[in-house]
Design a protein around this ligand. Structure first.
Ligand SMILES: [Zn+2]
Ligand SMILES: [Zn+2]
Length: 255
């Protein structure tokens, strides 16, 4: 399975316009982050952030090659690119599957007045396993805020779980997350600085990754009040171990 990180920021891109903090002044290209999305096997897109047009342009990926859009939840940083993505398909007179739960689809309809076409909705329920090409895909329910939110579990030979927005993983859901070869977790904050009521911190993510005994753990959804990439990378390796990393825009992993 090939996983390409198209964006790894939280709700807002980095650097922030006009900000002179350490991240925003960094010369490291890894500190330039767009809103969170990943492309799996060049054909399945998880989330459609507002930056999606430029994200696809940057990796020179022709949108109509994407067969399915998988939506984790109905928050602006994950779905405001819906219109641009649909427009690329309309121009080519092609259709694209929109795979998500009923609750997320309702949230999308509330935030967008545009018709769903060219998206063809395919509704799933939590824990149901569906097949997209060679991938077995399931939505796992997690606590983020009052918005229904899911982790996306994908299995080809190995298991990849994408969980960009998380406050708490209910105990009874945890067994579904074990044995992941790659877990991608919420990195919105570091310590109490920047901690919100709706996201866990990187420290909490490290504890969770260790508890779940995942093989490799990467953080995405990196918030503004965390730190420059290199410092964060050192932090997670020191406290988590050599299998913990910070993702960046353009990172490609093969599992
Ligand atoms: Zn988010
Ligand atoms: Zn800044």
């Amino acid at each position: 399975m090939k996983i390409l990180f198209l964006g790894t920021s939280a709700g807002w891109p980095l650097p922030r316009l006009g900000c002179r903090c350490q991240i925003c002044q960094s010369k490291d290209p890894k500190d330039k982050r767009w809103r969170p999305a990943v492309l799996v096997n060049d054909s399945v897109l998880i989330d459609a952030p507002p930056d999606i047009y430029h994200q696809l342009l940057k990796v020179n990926h022709l949108a109509p090659k994407i067969k399915a859009l998988v939506l984790t939840h109905a928050h602006p940083d994950h779905l405001l690119g819906f219109y641009d993505l649909g427009h690329l398909y309309q121009r080519e007179q092609k259709q694209i599957k929109l795979i998500t739960t009923r609750e997320v689809l309702n949230g999308l309809k509330q935030s967008s007045r545009y018709p769903l076409h060219p998206f063809i909705p395919e509704i799933v329920v939590a824990n149901e396993v569906i097949q997209i090409d060679n991938l077995k895909v399931a939505f796992l329910s997690v606590h983020h805020n009052h918005t229904p939110t899911y982790a996306v579990k994908m299995k080809e030979r190995k298991i990849f779980i994408y969980l960009p927005d998380l406050k708490r993983l209910p105990k009874n859901e945890r067994k579904q997350f074990k044995e992941a070869h790659l877990l991608v977790l919420d990195g919105s904050s570091l310590g109490t600085k920047g901690q919100t009521r709706t996201h866990q911190s990187i420290e909490e993510g490290i504890r969770l990754g260790k508890e779940l005994k995942v093989k490799h753990c990467y953080f995405t959804h990196i918030g503004h009040l965390t730190g420059p990439h290199q410092e964060l990378e050192k932090f997670v390796q020191k406290h988590g171990g050599s299998n913990f990393h910070i993702a960046w825009d353009g990172l490609e992993l093969e599992i």
